[in-house]
Design a protein around this ligand. Structure first.
Ligand code: 5AD
Ligand code: SF4
Length: 499
């Protein structure tokens, strides 16, 4: 999976950050750990037409954050405007994640905090959205008695009805999964973005059935979104000033859409490589990223498409999960250690400057020391630029929970995770050192958090680079600049504008 990737529990996330020191965060993995639990609302002010307010907090993967923007769009049409202020909310939503146990605990804790507000305001409605809603279904209403709505990831169109049911005191639940829903026609309301980069969902669900993963159960079968609606959304974003789109799906390489002709007959299918190309052709000034790829599915065609277009970023998130062929087999990943390494070789051959990152799980069922050493060896081989690292957390209902014993002691899992983190720290430092002296095209995302006299931006390889602003006031966020890397730590690149 894996775009459902990213948190604040058993996961550890090591990546280049902005502050000049190495940051190792205990997170429950999303690609953007800093956003976990963030209350989202548009940065621009709402029209005054909204008479009621909703507050939404999102956890988990980028997909969930993108879904919250679909929810916002549906609620806006019902007269609810977003607020970041809990006190003024008529509706509170938590868009939840089930990927590891810790992610669920965080949400439960948060729900008990909302209890107080409900005591003060009897009219207040609280809703649980997303993967936990899907996993726990109506049980939620019994367990968390303060929850009024439980809505699964494919049921957001029924929110208006559910809200009105809940308003009159009925418990409102819809956790039906769909084989078709992609919310293709709903224009997401961009919440809290930087106005430069946006996420665009291209598919939903997952058919892979990795044995550790709850996603196929919470997000259902894989389905691809109409390519035209994706292109329209990306075009509109570009026209609004966005300069980067990230195409999102649990497994983007299996994107496959067959458009219908006007007469109802099927026309040529659109593969992921073709979709990528179509998005890249919107404008050379629009950067295109994607997440997540599955090592078994990413094709040469995708790699060659990336090679042909400068604006398709040279960065691939390629979850490894384990370096041991035996463990990979138990995980049902359908590739071997050799296959993974060959895929890395292929990427390097076609895209020599491509950044590669991974997801890694320590301590999966039956993992022995030699399996763990295999993982460390593949990390060395692949030279990951950064990784999202977790220890295994058994999820009820998954294949692994049913078939295998969670038999690696917690202390061993944590020690192995620590060794994986240390290995990644070394690799990240080496990767950053290799960038010293190089000049990169950087898309400016905004002020650096620490110092407003500095810009923060990203290179094609997805590394953040911080550099001092120049007297040239024409530069703004969304501008492309050339930056020479002059300093690095394990976590950060710093540089100077090349004028
Ligand atoms: N335990 C630990 N990590 C998990 N992931 C998915 N399921 C589990 C689990 N049960 C990790 C995988 C995946 C990422 C999004 O989360 O590495 O790629
Ligand atoms: Fe990713 Fe595998 Fe989970 Fe699908 S089942 S979301 S591919 S980890």
């Amino acid at each position: 999976m894996t775009s459902c990737h990213n948190q604040r529990d058993s996961g550890i996330f090591v990546l280049p950050n902005l502050y000049g020191y190495m940051e190792t965060l205990l997170i429950d993995k999303t690609h953007d750990e800093s956003r976990q639990g963030e209350a989202l609302a548009p940065t621009t002010s709402d029209p005054l037409t909204f008479t009621k307010r909703f507050y939404i907090e999102s956890y988990g993967c980028q997909m969930n954050f993108a879904d919250s923007e679909v929810v916002a769009s549906i609620l806006n049409k019902e007269g609810f405007g977003a607020t970041r202020n809990l006190e003024e909310a008529d509706l509170i939503f938590v868009n939840t994640c089930s990927i590891r146990e810790k992610a669920e605990q965080t949400v439960r804790k948060r729900l008990t905090e909302f209890k107080r507000l409900k005591k003060q305001n009897k009219e207040l409605l609280i809703g649980v959205l997303g993967c936990m809603a899907e996993r726990l279904k109506a049980k939620f209403l019994e367990e968390e008695r303060l929850v009024d709505l439980v809505v699964g990831p494919d049921a957001y169109r029924s929110l208006p009805l559910l809200v009105s049911e809940a308003t009159v005191g009925q418990k409102a639940v819809n956790v039906l999964l769909s084989r078709e829903e992609t919310y293709a026609d709903i224009a997401p309301v961009r919440l809290d973005g930087n106005g430069v980069s946006a996420f665009v969902s291209i598919m939903r669900g997952c058919n892979n059935m990795c044995s550790f993963c709850v996603v196929p159960f919470t997000r259902g079968r894989e389905r691809s979104r109409d390519d035209q609606s994706i292109l329209n959304e990306c075009r509109e974003l570009f026209e609004q000033g966005y300069r980067e789109v990230t195409l999102l799906g649990q497994n983007v390489d299996s994107y496959y859409y067959v458009p219908a002709e006007a007469d109802g007959s099927a026309s040529a299918p659109v593969t992921f490589a073709l979709l990528l190309e179509k998005v890249a052709r919107i404008s050379p000034l629009l950067r295109v990223r994607f997440s997540t790829s599955h090592p078994k599915d990413i094709t040469d065609e995708v790699l060659y498409t990336m090679q042909r277009y400068d604006n398709i970023c040279k960065y691939i998130h390629l979850p490894l999960q384990s370096g041991s062929t035996r463990v990979l087999q138990l995980m049902n990943r359908t590739y071997t250690q050799e296959w993974y390494k060959a895929k890395v070789d292929r990427i390097r051959a076609i895209l020599p400057d491509c950044g590669i990152s991974a997801d890694i799980i320590a301590g999966f069922c039956t993992e022995q020391e030699e399996d763990h050493l295999d993982t460390l060896a593949v990390m060395d081989y692949a030279k990951f630029d950064f990784s999202y690292m977790f220890f295994y957390s058994e999820r009820p209902g998954t294949l692994a929970a049913r078939r295998y014993q969670d038999d690696v002691l917690e202390i061993v899992k944590k020690r192995r995770l620590q060794e994986i983190v240390e290995k990644q720290n070394q690799l990240s430092l080496q990767s950053n050192q290799r960038d010293l002296g190089k000049i990169f095209t950087v898309l400016i995302e905004g002020d650096s958090k620490k110092n407003e006299r500095e810009w923060k931006g990203r290179n094609s390889q997805n590394k953040v680079i911080v550099f001092p602003k120049s007297a040239d006031s024409a530069l703004t966020k969304g501008s492309y600049v050339q930056v020479r890397v002059t300093e690095c730590s394990q976590a950060t690149l710093r540089g100077l504008l090349v004028l």
